[in-house]
Design a binder for this molecule. Structure first.
Ligand code: AMP
Ligand code: MN
Ligand code: MN
Ligand code: MN
Length: 275
């Protein structure tokens, strides 16, 4: 078994269609894949068709934006029932927040004499949800930055043009959406928040109270030492452990599909909780 339970398609900020993604997963020898687009389930039907053709076990997933202690965190919902009403209503809410934020971002950029409306709309192509990477790409395409990384340095972040502060649903709400849909919630890329262990523990406590029972222990950007620390926390809190590359596109070699290291054997893998 080779699992990758965190990746994106062009229904959010990934570059591949679900069909192309599943073909790449097949090439990478992945047996179990969760598509986890930001705040949308819309890529899953196409992904399921492709997964059936490739003989890959597709897990219904989503990456939900959440505010905790005034900060943005990401929670991946795995093995969710995509027909569940509570989850569907929650997803509608988060999508609407994205659409409203995009409008505010367009207006903020226009105040700086930068017009991104057309490029961003073209990039989304009527499919997915608007994300900051769409804006970053549009900034690159129009010559405001040499690459997306630079776009995220000069724009889109706190204190820079195009930054719109967001209040996403709290951990309790996100937890209820995922558990209502029979899924398992997993804290995404815990190393990326740069929290101390104490703060991370506080977050995990709050997550557990909200029914979010998992943590990504192995990601593309966790080194051995970080994974060991996260494994330690998983054990201490009795959490399910997950593995996810956070793949977005083939031009990001630091996050290859299937590129996260295997989970160590003593951990309780999240798929053991899939009913
Ligand atoms: P959003 O959810 O629309 O606010 O966009 C967040 C996404 O932007 C993340 O999931 C990453 O894929 C991407 N992202 C965030 N920061 C950066 C960065 N510094 N460089 C490139 N991509 C980034
Ligand atoms: Mn992303
Ligand atoms: Mn994320
Ligand atoms: Mn992600």
């Amino acid at each position: 078994m080779k699992a990758d339970l965190h990746c994106h398609s062009h229904f959010s900020d990934g570059s591949l269609s679900p069909t192309e993604l599943l073909a790449l997963a097949h090439k990478a020898g992945i047996t179990d894949l969760a598509l986890t687009d930001h705040d949308t389930l819309d890529g899953l039907p196409e992904a399921r068709l492709a997964a059936n053709q490739m003989g890959i076990n597709l897990i219904n997933g989503i990456e939900l934006s959440c505010t905790w202690d005034k900060q943005l965190i990401h929670v991946v919902g795995l093995n969710v029932d995509t027909n569940n009403r509570v989850l569907k209503a929650g997803v509608v809410q988060n999508k609407q927040r994205r659409v409203d934020r995009a409008e505010a971002m367009f207006e903020d950029f226009e105040q700086h004499d930068i017009s991104l409306r057309e490029s961003v709309t073209d990039l989304i192509g009527g499919r997915g949800v608007p994300t900051r990477p769409h804006f970053a790409q549009a900034l690159v395409d129009q010559g405001y930055a040499k690459d997306k990384k630079q776009a995220f340095k000069r724009y889109l972040v706190r204190g820079k043009p195009g930054y719109i502060p967001m209040l996403w649903p709290d951990v309790e709400q996100i937890g209820s959406w995922i558990t209502s849909a029979g899924g398992i919630g997993v804290l995404a890329h815990p190393n990326r928040y740069k929290f101390t262990r104490t703060k991370l523990s506080r977050l995990l406590n709050d997550m557990l109270k909200a029914g979010i029972q998992g943590i990504e222990v192995s990601t593309s950007t966790t080194d051995k030492q970080q994974s060991a620390m996260l494994a330690d926390l998983a054990t201490q809190f009795g959490l399910y452990s997950s593995i996810g590359s956070d793949f977005h596109s083939t031009d990001q070699p630091w996050a290859r599909l299937g590129g996260a290291a295997d989970l160590s054997k003593e951990l309780n893998p999240v798929w053991s909780g899939f009913g």
